[in-house]
Design a protein around this ligand. Sequence first.
Ligand code: SF4
Length: 66
Amino acid sequence: MAEAPLEISLTISISNCAFRCHGCHSQYLQEDVGKPLLPDLQGIIERYKGLISCVCLMGEGRNPAE
Ligand code: SF4
């Protein structure tokens, strides 16, 4: 990954992107899809323990209530 060279990344996409980039590579991320990350984040990281060297949170999420 260009974002974290020399690392083995666990990449998590954050949805509800506030931008509307022309030619968006992941239009589904503009919707409020998926599930809340924080309740599961530690467990997800534990699951990949020993296999990854960093966690990348990708996206421009926003709070739908704002
Ligand atoms: S997901 Fe990325 S490319 Fe798509 S609208 Fe959001 S910031 Fe732009």
